[in-house]
Write a protein that binds this ligand. Structure first.
Ligand code: URA
Ligand code: SF4
Length: 239
């Protein structure tokens, strides 16, 4: 069917892509993987060393932790779609540059439009910045945001817990709350809460990507039960 075919074409386009300088040093681009019918889409930052070698997302140490986190949510890897905002590895795993984020965004935008996930889980601040332009990850980890009708849950990046072990139980707890969504279709109230008000000193650094619009700030979740038509038109306005 169209979705599967187009997702496959995107994979092929990404594998050949030369839209930014990251094409130069890659061994493999990492388009992302997962079934075409999913409720949950996980979006990380960019491939690392092992991902670049294997052409698959989250196969290194962070990937191992991600699998544990999915388990805490009652999920396995093959039940979710996993990808990144940038599909090729930045040298030495540096943050993607704004021009790389811009060059690569059409692939992720189309993957989201095709998959129409119920929930997008962002992993880390670079992925978060695509959707949410207010709040620091330390303040809004584990929260649900309504971004033009799309539920987005902002999580710490699993790699953060490899560097700061105290984040590990926090990540596990945040993922465990997704379990309720999977069994009931609605996210628990505890992650629908508004974030704490930020003091000016806590105001976020400018997002690395000017993609998150100010209209997409955090609000309460919409009432469930949108029609498919509403859902897709809202999603289109996301991009
Ligand atoms: N970190 C990411 O953000 N993505 C990967 O695919 C691997 C590590
Ligand atoms: Fe293309 Fe994205 Fe890879 Fe840049 S990072 S070459 S835009 S696929």
């Amino acid at each position: 069917m169209y979705t599967d075919q187009r997702l496959q074409e995107i994979r092929e386009e990404v594998n050949l892509c030369q839209r930014c300088a990251l094409a130069k040093n890659r061994l493999h681009a990492v388009p992302g993987e997962g079934p075409s019918k999913v409720d949950i889409m996980l979006i990380g930052e960019a491939p690392g060393f092992h991902e670049n070698r294997q052409g698959k997302p989250f196969v290194g140490q962070a990937g191992q932790l991600l699998e544990e986190l999915l388990q805490a949510a009652g999920l396995t890897r093959d039940q979710v779609f996993i990808t990144n905002v940038v599909k090729c590895r930045p040298p030495n795993n540096r943050d993607p540059l704004p021009e790389e984020l811009t060059a690569c965004q059409l692939y992720l935008d189309e993957q989201i439009a095709l998959l129409k996930p119920e929930v997008i889980v962002t992993l880390g601040r670079i992925s978060m910045a695509k959707f949410v332009d207010a709040g620091r990850i330390s303040a809004i980890h584990g929260r649900t945001h309504n971004v033009n009708g799309q539920k987005v849950v902002t999580m710490y990046h699993p790699a953060a817990a490899l560097h700061q072990p105290n984040l590990r139980p926090i990540l596990i707890q945040d993922f465990a709350r997704l379990k309720k969504f999977i069994s009931t279709g609605s996210l628990p109230a505890s992650i629908e809460a508004e974030p704490e008000a930020l003091t000016p000193a806590e105001a976020p650094q400018p997002a690395p990507q000017a993609n998150a619009q100010s209209s997409q700030t955090i609000t309460a979740l919409p009432t469930p039960g949108k029609s498919e038509e509403q859902k897709s038109s809202e999603q289109l306005s996301l991009f």
